[in-house]
Write a protein that binds this ligand. Structure first.
Ligand code: 5GP
Length: 117
């Protein structure tokens, strides 16, 4: 069995990190190096290395990640269209993935430019 990722250690409460949100399938916590005033990472409790490696049996977990994003956005006061937020999933080297445990970045609190870098 490969070594646990930092995110798995947070989910398993081996590393302390205040959770912004938690349900049966996912947990969320603040990014250690925020790229916006709000930068939350939403991770599945099941280890899925990256989004392209999710399987049919992970459908509920993938849905739970997006549903959690909406709940977190509401909790943090950015769900209204007059504010808003961005979700990012990085897959692999060119995508900018650095932690091999699927995670959704929720970014908000500033005018997020497009196209992204
Ligand atoms: P990726 O580049 O894989 O899409 O995103 C990984 C994210 O995890 C980065 O934004 C990075 O700042 C964040 N990160 C890395 N190590 C830790 C950590 O120990 N705790 C927290 N909360 N975030 C981390």
């Amino acid at each position: 069995m490969s070594e646990k990722t930092i995110f798995q250690k947070i989910v398993d409460r081996e590393i302390p990190a205040p959770l912004v949100y938690e349900d049966d399938l996912v947990a969320a916590f603040n990014d250690i190096a925020p790229q916006a005033p709000i930068h939350v990472l939403i991770v599945p409790k099941k280890v899925i290395p990256r989004v392209g490696e999710a399987e049919a049996e992970d459908q509920a977990t993938l849905g739970a990640l997006l549903l959690a994003a909406g709940k977190i956005a509401e909790k943090l006061g950015v769900k209204d269209r007059s504010k808003g937020f961005r979700l990012v999933i990085n897959h692999g080297r060119d995508g900018g993935e650095t932690v091999p445990h699927l995670h959704v970045h929720l970014l908000a609190g500033r005018d997020l430019t497009w196209p992204p870098g």
